[in-house]
Design a protein around this ligand. Structure first.
Ligand code: ARG
Length: 462
């Protein structure tokens, strides 16, 4: 910021000594909160419009201030604005510049407000747009997953529990589990919009103001739904920050889970998916390597989201209500979490476009580990009217027999099976077919092909 004739802080009339350079260095947040310039200027413009409507300032002054603020917005946009750490934050930097542009009348802009309500107004507006942005990129991600799922309805793989073969599933069904997670993330973010829609502007430092302001006017003009109810709570409240950080953390956690699974499936031991060269890196010493670095990056980044959530919770723990400098850190925390999540969603989207299932290997693995055992037990219940526990016991004997004779379940013949359960007929052999197995899970939410097709249609409608 260029020097004005009064190159001093706003409070120099009270705080006589220049702040120590060390404090200026740590106390200033302009490097961080300059991100809020648009919201800050919008808030100020609406604020002075309201002051004029309420006959608190004149038409001329209102217009002058708005002229100055618009000019500042352009300067900042064009990178022609010089920020000065001395003026601490975005509010004071803009106010100082307003003085330079329009003179003493700039002093009216801060009538009936404080930086305490100003910052939360800016911040709530910013988080609202960030939330919408995140939901948009989650939509893109979901679209990608739908596309891959459509191509893989009939791709059969083992479903795992404890990472041991459990029952056969469709690869699409597995992927679509993540659509559910990301849809819940979207909902979680959207749910926060309710608290974000309460307008803090006008509570001033902590008490409200003696000026006859109209908070409903600023509420409407700034796109909020209603003014906040309690001035003290308003300046103290950072619950909306926690909600955002928690939502980011849960979404990152989902990203880390799919990343970890893809890393395992890409490992040489599993070899269930291939990653294209676009998303792997080599090794500086081992020439054969193709490492899933990007997936590891995604898995790792979750830690910083959790860290940020815990930083904010810790800042708020035991903090008396109203405003304290401790709260200033909220911006850095949120900006970092937001940026990381936006990057991670985009990276996951790119990664998913660059994976391909190793269908052969998936089928092979699904054919091992007696994966159709539960199908046999179900079959016995349905066709030979016996309680599930009895069917379970007979099936265990079949599995034990197969294991002892080093055979897969689909390699057993009817005579061998009859020795264990004489009631069985050749019809039973179809339960060992993986396709039949997957397709038989027709209960709502199950992995049958029909279910998956219907669910894809449902997702597409959303
Ligand atoms: N830059 C401050 C923050 O981000 C704005 C509020 C300052 N209020 C105060 N009383 N120091 O928290």
């Amino acid at each position: 910021m260029s020097k004005n004739k009064n190159n001093k802080s706003i409070w120099h009339t009270r705080v006589k000594k220049e702040v120590s350079s060390l404090f200026q260095k740590v106390g200033s947040s302009i490097d961080i909160d300059k991100k809020l310039y648009k919201e800050d200027i919008k808030g100020s413009i609406v604020h002075v419009e309201m002051l004029f409507r309420q006959k608190i300032i004149s038409f001329k002054i209102k217009n002058k201030i708005i002229y100055g603020l618009n000019k500042i917005e352009k300067e900042i946009f064009k990178n022609n604005f010089i920020y000065d750490k001395k003026y601490e934050d975005i509010h004071m930097n803009i106010e100082k510049r307003l003085f330079e542009i329009i003179g003493e009348e700039a002093g009216y802009v801060h009538t009936a407000r404080s930086r305490n309500d100003q910052i939360i107004t800016d911040f709530k507006m910013w988080i609202t747009s960030a939330t919408k942005e995140i939901n948009k990129s989650l939509n893109d991600l979901i679209k990608t997953i739908i596309k891959i799922s459509e191509k893989n309805i009939q791709t059969i793989m083992p479903g795992f529990t404890h990472l041991k073969n459990a029952q056969a599933i469709s690869f699409a069904h597995y992927l679509m589990a993540y659509i559910e997670m990301f849809n819940r993330d979207k909902k979680r973010f959207s749910n926060n919009l309710e608290n974000l829609s309460e307008n803090p502007l006008g509570v001033a430092a902590l008490t409200g103001t003696s000026f006859n302001i109209d908070r409903n006017f600023t509420t409407k003009k700034l796109g909020f739904k209603k003014p906040t109810n309690n001035s003290i709570d308003t300046v103290a409240d950072r619950d909306f920050v926690l909600d955002f950080l928690y939502s980011v953390s849960v979404c990152s956690m989902h990203i880390s889970r799919i990343s970890e699974e893809l890393i395992i499936w890409n490992s040489d031991g599993f070899n269930l998916i291939n990653l294209s060269d676009k998303i792997v890196t080599g090794s500086s010493i081992m020439p054969q390597k193709k490492n899933p670095d990007l997936l590891e990056f995604l898995r790792g980044k979750t830690s910083s989201s959790y860290g940020n959530l815990f930083s904010m919770l810790t800042i708020l723990k035991g903090l008396p209500i109203s405003y304290f400098k401790d709260l200033q850190d909220d911006k850095e925390i949120v900006f970092k979490s937001n940026e990381t999540l936006i990057n991670c969603i985009a990276i996951l989207n790119e990664v998913l476009k660059n994976i391909s299932p190793n269908k052969q290997k998936m089928l092979e693995l699904a054919n091992s580990g007696y994966i159709t055992a539960t199908d046999l037990a179900d079959y016995l219940v349905k066709n030979h009217s016996m309680p599930f526990r009895k069917a379970y016991k007979i099936t265990s004997s079949v599995v034990n027999y197969a294991e002892k004779n080093k055979k897969k379940l689909n390699e057993l013949n009817i005579d061998e099976l009859k020795k264990i359960e004489p009631k069985l007929t050749v019809e039973v052999l179809k339960v060992f077919d993986l396709k039949n197995s997957v397709n038989s899970k027709k209960s709502y939410g199950g992995t049958s092909f029909d279910n998956i097709k219907k669910m894809i249609m449902k997702y597409k409608k959303n």
